[in-house]
Structure formats: C-alpha cells, structure tokens
Design a protein around this ligand. Structure first.
Ligand SMILES: [Zn+2]
Length: 293
C-alpha cells in the first residue's frame, strides 16, 4: 500500500508548471506531459497488478508502452476542444470526449493488467457506459456517485440547459452569477456551470471547462492502483446480493484531481501558474498562456 500512495503522490506533483517561451514549446511540453502521464499511470498500475512471480519492472514497461498511446489519445481529445471555441460548434464537446475516453480506456486496461483494447468506456454526466469486446461484446451502464451528487445538487440550485447539454455531451447548468468568484465558469466532477447572465464568450468558457472535465476523468485511472487491495478487502466479506449489485452498477469517481489542483493553485495575478488552469486555457484558446499578467 505504501508504494501505491507514494506513486500517487509523485503523480500528483508530476503536473509541474513548466515555463515555455513560445506557443510551440508550450504545445510540446503539454503534449509530453499528457503522454508521460498515460505512460506512468499504465506502467505503475500494470506493476501493482502484475501476475505473481512476474518482475515489477517487466510489468511496468509493458504498461508504460501502451499508456503512452493512451496519453496521446488524451492529448488529441483535448486538442479538439479548441474547435468548440473557434468554430462555435458545441458538438465538438462529444468528439473531444470520445477521443479522450478512448485514450483513458487504453490506460485503464493496461493499468489493470489487461489487453490494451479489451474494454472501452465513455460517460454522460453521472452515467458511465462500458463496452467489453473481449469475446461477445457486452455493454454495462454504471453510475458515478460523486458526479450524481453534483448533478442532483446543481439541479436544485441552477437550471439545466437541456439543449446545450445534449449538443455538448456534458451537463451544462445556468447558475446564479453570485456562485462564481470572478470567474466566467466552473466545473465540478462531470458537470459545467456558467453564469445565467453570460451572453458572450460562452463557447470559449465551455471549451475551457471541458478541459477540466477531461482532467477530472483522466485522474480516475488512479482507481486501478487499488485493484488488489480492494479485492483483498472484498474477499473478507461474503458476497451479498447488495455488494454484487454495487460492484456491477457503481463506479467510484473519487475526485483525486482536487488534491494536486488545490496544492498547485496560483494567485489572482498569476492564475495560470496552476498547470491545470494553464492547460485548460491553452487548449481552449490555442494560444501561448503566460503564468502572470
Ligand atoms: Zn479553469
């Protein structure tokens, strides 16, 4: 367990704020960070979930190799997000999500010690759709409790913009402007909130918040690190009908990302010192983003 927590700590701080001097260099840095993130999550997961007797290093490199491909998928999905803003077209929200989900599916499979293309998943708000193509294709629908709690709370506090939600692929809530602390939008788990008086720059804000939604989901791959400890705990309890149902229909969407996000946050004048914010702004605007202004 100690090595799992140490790996998570290192991963949290691997998202360092790199200083680039040009848009091109920033692009390369961000692409490399995404590819390496995929490689390390898959490598470490594959190591923790290795067969008995197999060397950790061998399992790590097997996972790392495929994880970099998954990381490239993450990057490609985020890259497409700019089209939401530049083409003023919400449907790119679905496109960026599908490509990004394909990337994290590969990372998750290999981190889990499975073949890279065995299972695919994507989500719509608190619903997670999984397809297993190992033999006979099998579909499974699971609920993500944190995203469900956010969705339920937001439904009472704000109004769900149904048209935009279905065009975009992620729940979009029109929220009272007092909710926002000088920002144009916000993201919580798999939901986006925009002020209900926002008339301009809506698609820019949605593109920026879409990146935060993708970031939230890519950090869920850390769940794979706990596969063996969780199954050891489960084996101590008799499998009741309730635990079988929970296993089958619930996917824990722990907001791991909140820890590095809060620890690496910037100040008012240096907002983009936070690497998560810098990445979101870079992909939403396809431009060079400075730390401070
Ligand atoms: Zn942001």
């Amino acid at each position: 367990m100690k090595s799992i927590f140490l790996s998570i700590t290192i991963l949290f701080f691997s998202k360092v704020n790199l200083i680039a001097q040009s848009k091109h260099k920033q692009e390369i840095q961000i692409a490399t960070q995404n590819i390496l993130f995929g490689g390390f999550v898959s490598g470490l997961g594959s190591g923790f979930n290795k067969e008995d007797g197999e060397k950790f290093s061998k399992a790590f490199f097997r996972g790392f190799k495929w994880g970099t491909l998954g990381g490239l998928g993450m990057y490609a999905g985020k890259k497409l997000t700019y089209q939401i803003n530049s083409k003023n077209e919400l449907l790119y929200g679905w496109g960026s999500k599908f490509i990004h989900s394909a990337g994290i599916s590969i990372i998750q499979n290999t981190a889990n010690g499975e073949e890279p293309f065995n299972k695919w998943h994507t989500n719509f708000g608190f619903l997670r759709f999984e397809v297993d193509v190992t033999s006979k294709p099998k579909m499974q629908l699971r609920i993500m409790p944190v995203s469900l709690a956010v969705f339920t709370y937001a439904s009472f506090m704000s109004s769900l913009d149904l048209k935009k939600t279905f065009l975009f692929g992620t729940p979009i809530f029109q929220t009272d402007p007092s909710f926002f602390n000088n920002s144009l939008g916000a993201n919580t788990a798999n939901a986006i909130h925009i002020p209900d008086n926002l008339r301009e720059q809506t698609n820019y804000v949605l593109a920026h918040e879409n990146i935060h939604t993708l970031q939230f989901n890519e950090y869920l791959t850390i769940n794979m690190f706990f596969k063996k400890p969780v199954s050891r705990i489960k084996s101590k309890f008799n499998k009741t009908d309730l635990s079988k149902i929970l296993d089958k229909y619930i996917y824990l969407d722990i907001p791991y990302i909140r820890v590095p996000y809060l620890l690496l946050r910037g100040s008012t004048n240096c907002y983009y010192r936070n690497p998560f914010e810098k990445e979101a702004e870079h992909f939403a605007t396809n431009s060079f983003v400075k730390n401070c202004w």
